[in-house]
Design a binder for this molecule. Structure first.
Ligand code: CAA
Length: 365
């Protein structure tokens, strides 16, 4: 395989073994459940039990990606983990993954941080490492893994979630990725977590505005001087980072207005090209770096080889990038869908009391 044709060879996903419907959280917080379900578009929050963290999820996803790849760990020359759930300020999350997988030797191993954009950056770096020939024939293992938790009672609480997506960069059997991409960044304090703080600080309205501006900037760069209507409908689907499902709809409505589309036209575009990509995200909640890649994994299921999609990555702070992908031959059978089906069918519900206990705030009974 020539290095310039490298793409995503295999995907594995790992979702946590617990979840809570947002309606249970609404009851706990004394909020109208419609605010969470209709207002934010959320359904479930995926939750980790004690002792389960971003490293556990990353290792699970990586094992699954490796299990359906023809190579072995000795063929890997780079392991990069995008996360904002770091376990340590120095030791990269990739070291925990490498330990579990028996990866050591002539391997570049590191963690990438840029809020929810970190997984996409790790993917781009791995692809560019392959495309440049620097990988010298080796494959890369890229993982996006996060546990998203806010302070109890924070407005972000119903958007919590967790999950990991691992991708092996080698032959483009799952998808090819266009070398041209459309980045945009502009420094802001929209969502941040100071060193030593357990939970993020958020300027909610600013974060929504930054996300929407990034969508306009990245899509405008993709569209260029072409006809937006015809070129955007040529893609089978448009995937987005999903902090909460309604954010994606807000961004698409904003894009439609910017392009001069009628509300009806934008709604129809959203239903045809975007809504279906959110199916798994609604059941995981926000998985930060993994959110976009959960959406992409869903969008690729069953696609004919060559079918194009886009992927919009957003990370607070803020940085964004719009990628173009095309389905590979393995998308038609989409073996990775079984990871999600298995995890969703086996996970256990947690009620309000169980949730408080899990968060270390057991209710006094
Ligand atoms: N029935 C139906 N809808 C209701 C309702 C009810 N009873 N009550 C309220 N709503 C609607 C509101 O009208 C609103 O909808 P619109 O925005 O369409 O008007 C929606 O529910 C949410 O209500 P609020 O705006 O009052 O919600 P909030 O202020 O309590 O919290 C939030 C919203 C600020 C986004 C909060 O969830 C939050 O801080 N989330 C974390 C930050 C975030 O996700 N930002 C997104 C961009 S940043 C990013 O992408 C990075 C990342 O992953 C975090």
């Amino acid at each position: 395989m020539s290095s310039t044709s490298a793409g995503i060879a295999s995907i594995g996903l790992q979702l946590p073994p617990l979840f809570m419907p947002v309606t249970q959280l609404a009851e706990l917080r004394g909020v109208d459940p419609n605010k969470y379900t209709k207002g934010l578009g959320c359904t479930d929050i995926a939750l980790c039990p004690n002792g389960h963290d971003a490293a556990t999820l990353a290792v699970g996803a990586a094992k699954r990606a490796l299990s359906r790849w023809k190579g072995s760990v000795s063929d890997i020359g780079l392991v990069a983990v995008g996360t904002e759930s770091a376990k340590d300020m120095s030791r990269p999350l990739s070291a925990w993954v490498a330990e579990e997988l028996g990866l050591s030797g002539v391997i570049r191993s590191y963690e990438v941080k840029h809020a929810c954009y970190g997984g996409t950056l790790a993917l781009r770096q791995a692809l560019e490492w392959k495309w440049s020939g620097a990988g010298a024939g080796k494959a890369a293992l890229v993982i996006a893994s996060d546990v998203a938790l806010y302070a109890l009672g924070d407005p972000g609480e119903p958007t919590q979630g967790a999950g990991a997506v691992a991708m092996i960069i080698d032959e483009p059997l799952v998808a090819s990725v266009s070398p041209t991409s459309f980045p945009f960044s502009s420094p802001a304090f929209d969502f941040w977590r100071p060193v030593g703080d357990s939970f993020p600080s958020v300027d909610g309205q600013l974060s929504l505005d930054c996300y929407k501006r990034a969508v306009i900037e990245c899509f405008s760069a993709l569209i260029g001087d072409r006809n937006a209507r015809s070129m955007l409908t040529e893609y089978h689907a448009h995937c987005f980072h999903v902090p909460f499902p309604k954010m994606v709809k807000k961004a698409v409505l904003h894009l439609g207005a910017e392009l001069g589309w009628s509300l009806e036209e934008t709604e129809a575009f959203y239903q045809r090209k975007v809504e279906g990509t959110l199916e798994w995200n609604q059941l995981t909640g926000n998985a930060y770096t993994a959110s976009l890649w959960i959406s992409v994994a869903r969008a690729l299921v069953g696609l004919k080889q060559g079918t194009p999609i886009t992927a919009f990555s957003y990370g607070s702070g803020y940085g964004a990038e719009l990628l173009e992908l095309a389905a590979g031959p393995a998308a038609a059978s989409a073996a990775w869908a079984s990871d999600v089906e298995k995890d969703l069918s086996q996970r256990k519900p947690v009620d309000g009391v169980g949730y408080q206990r899990l968060r270390g705030h057991a209710l006094a009974s």
